[in-house]
Design a protein around this ligand. Sequence first.
Ligand code: CDP
Length: 215
Amino acid sequence: MIIAIDGPAAAGKGTLSQLLAERLDLAWLETGSLYRAVALRMLRDGSDLRDSRTAVKAVEHLDANDLNDPELRREDVGQAASRIAANPEVRAALVGFQRDFARQPPGRVRGAVLDGRDIGTIVCPDADYKIFITATPEARARRRFLELQEDGNQGDEQQVLATTLERDARDSERSTSPLRPADDAYLLDTTNLSIDAAFAALMAYISGSSDCILG
Ligand code: CDP
């Protein structure tokens, strides 16, 4: 079983994907961490983010440890990730790994949940379930601001809103794999939903689509 979850920054994709993975016994791939890991490597090396050759080399040198680096969550890394994510060569270099993960997830699991921007449209267009999670920019900026505070970072909520909007615009307007819902995606707006309520809505959608996977 493959579940594809897409949506803009801080809409709740990560938390909800993790909960679905636990409940349904699925492996979880946060595909944003791949773009973030490439960006972090390039920032550390002082590379020009527009340099395709260096970016593709960074993809080739990614290893599992890179995906667990706590620095990946930095705001500047998110911004840099969205810059390199607009590069078609970087996207092409990453798509195989994501599809392999979806088809043959690690461990003894029943399938995979992948979250990102183009999972339902490009990476796994044949996914069993496609979900697009959104929320107003203000709600998403507030959540990201609180997350940053929890991690001990000082931040300014207006600044977080501005960078979130900038990243959304870049992700939605790029010509390769722009952020958009698949035509057959289930849309969930989490602006006024708690995580529990959003999770319940997703479980209702999934169990309504098919009985067999929940048994
Ligand atoms: O966690 P958050 O929603 O803030 O971002 P993320 O999922 O970690 O993704 C970081 C950036 O990677 C996004 O702004 C996108 O530009 C890019 N990305 C992408 O282009 N395609 C994906 N499947 C996942 C992420």
